[in-house]
Design a protein around this ligand. Structure first.
Ligand code: F6P
Length: 508
């Protein structure tokens, strides 16, 4: 039976695949595929013209989106339906910034009010002098705070924040070296309040406070969690437990109390601006259909490269130091959401799902991985992210060179050519026709950061809809955790390699 989804894919697979050079022969290509989302004092340009999207591909993916009931799935997401079917829960990260089921938006506003009170009390000295925060968390309880603090708190840090995630004691020791126990608070960020890395780091941080002369270490702890009872049971005073709803997924939780270190570092107004930027994109995503929906259009291109051009990875390069942590953030968001083998209904997927998201910061990456991107055997769609406004006050030449290189790399990937004198040296040949998209921000402020993260949340969701998978569970992380616990319990038989390694390390 040729259901509409299969028919849409068959149509897409049958389409011709013109080169970028051929596509650029069409007039007004850039106007058709470069659009802005903007607000009163800022905006972002999304230039997808150097991807292989064309009228036939866009129409084909719009037909696929209809066949996958994109509009219905979007409505289910934004109305708080239990769209995370395998865990029987809604996915309500957008309610944290005012878009979603009324009751959930109201709950988020109340929880934000509580968070704001604590942040402003700390800033006012109610808990004594606070100069440092050690934020312990991992995955979605760390990556978002680390990205936002690194991006926004470079100039104005009301409190010096250190995000510690790894169980490797070197990470926590580095934070200790930079902080004074007498003026340090500790945020324990864990949705479940059970993650072994976080709870171990939290215990060591408490010990460090005590050994540093703090008479009541627990009095310096704030818990950020969807399990408030566990935090109180662990010893955190209820007044310093900042809950967030179970329906906010870890990798979607920056907007909730998990964002506490951001508000502490840059102030509540900046944190609110970040929420407002995300809300703008939520409204664009909610109110716009087809190719005009820029999050959906990005997913069209993602699906084109993954399922029609055999691309197994996608690369993201932030040509801005303030966004250096963005590729790592996107790795969890995209790979933990869409790195799946089965559809939401439990049947096998029809083709490749999430590509491997990787990347780095420009211009450094040009001196490390761009050789492969230009002349390797892998076709890798590239996203460039940059800001027109610089983040520094040095000679403007710095930013001009940064942006020039960013744009030149996209142009070179597309144009190709041969760098030898006679134009015939195969070692100096560049095939070209290599796609890229450019996200050009007017500036990298709090609203822009919020908008850009929300854009990628919805891009990830749209990809999931087009692949008919559930992006909100993550059972794939459980087996490794279980085996680690079995090793600790000493009651498990492992393969010969693992057994030998454990014995060599004195753990077996
Ligand atoms: O990696 C698995 C995971 O559950 C992530 O989804 C989550 O962000 C991270 O571990 C930390 O979980 P928690 O916030 O419950 O400590």
């Amino acid at each position: 039976m040729n259901d509409p989804v299969s028919a849409a894919w068959e149509n897409l697979r049958a389409l011709p695949q013109p080169t970028l050079a051929e596509l650029f022969e069409a007039p007004a290509r850039v106007e058709q595929l470069s659009d802005r989302i903007e607000w009163q004092d800022g905006g972002i340009t999304f230039d997808w013209s150097k991807t292989h999207l064309d009228e036939a591909v866009l129409s084909g993916f719009e037909a696929l989106a209809d066949a996958c009931d994109f509009a219905g799935r979007r409505a289910a997401l934004l109305s708080g339906e239990r769209i995370n079917n395998t865990e029987g829960r809604a996915a309500e990260h957008t309610a944290q910034r005012g878009v979603g089921r009324d009751a959930s938006v109201e709950e988020a506003e109340a929880l934000h009010a509580r968070m704001r009170m604590l942040v402003e009390a700390i800033h006012a000295g109610a808990l004594g002098e606070v100069r440092h925060l050690i934020h312990v968390g991992i995955g979605g309880s760390a990556l978002g705070p680390a990205l936002a603090v690194d991006a926004l708190a470079r100039d104005l840090a009301l409190v010096d924040v250190h995000v510690v995630s790894n169980i490797d004691g070197c990470a926590l020791e580095a934070a200790f070296k930079a902080c004074d126990p007498a003026t340090t608070m500790v945020a324990v960020a864990s949705k479940t309040f059970t993650t072994i890395e976080t709870m171990t780091n939290a215990a060591s941080a408490l010990k460090w406070l005590g050994e540093g002369g703090v008479s009541d270490p627990f009095g310096r702890v704030v818990a950020l969690t969807a399990s408030p009872d566990k935090a109180v049971e662990w010893g955190v005073d209820e007044s310093r437990v900042l809950p967030f709803p179970e329906t906010v997924g870890g990798r979607y939780s920056l907007w909730s109390s998990i964002g506490f270190p951001v508000a502490l570092a840059v102030g509540w107004d900046e944190f609110s601006q970040m929420l407002a930027g995300a809300q703008l994109v939520d409204e664009h995503f909610r109110d716009t259909d087809g190719r005009a929906n820029l999050c959906l259009r990005a997913a069209f291109a993602d699906q084109y490269y993954t399922r029609l051009r055999g691309c197994q990875t996608r690369a993201v390069f932030a040509y801005d130091e303030r966004f250096a942590l963005f590729p790592s953030y996107l790795q969890q968001l995209e790979m933990e959401s869409n790195g799946k083998l089965v559809k939401a209904d439990g049947t096998p997927v029809d083709g490749p799902t999430a590509p491997i998201t990787w990347g780095g910061v420009g211009t450094d990456a040009q001196h490390a991985v761009f050789q492969l991107l230009h002349q390797g055997t892998n076709l890798v769609p590239v996203d460039f992210i940059a800001s027109i406004a610089p983040g520094d006050d040095l000679d403007p030449a710095h930013h001009a060179i940064l942006l020039t290189n960013c744009f030149a790399q996209g142009a070179a990937l597309m144009a190709g050519g041969n760098m030898s004198a006679d134009g015939k040296d195969p070692a100096r040949a560049f095939p070209g026709d290599r796609p890229s998209a450019t996200i050009l921000c007017d500036d990298l402020d709090a609203a822009t950061l919020g908008a850009l993260i929300a854009f990628h949340e919805h891009r990830t969701f749209a990809n999931a809809v087009l692949m008919e998978i559930n992006p909100f569970d993550q059972f794939g992380v459980e087996l490794g955790k279980k085996m680690a616990k079995d090793i600790e319990a000493g009651d498990a038989q492992f393969d010969a390699s693992t057994t030998a390694l454990l014995q060599a390390a004195g753990l077996g």
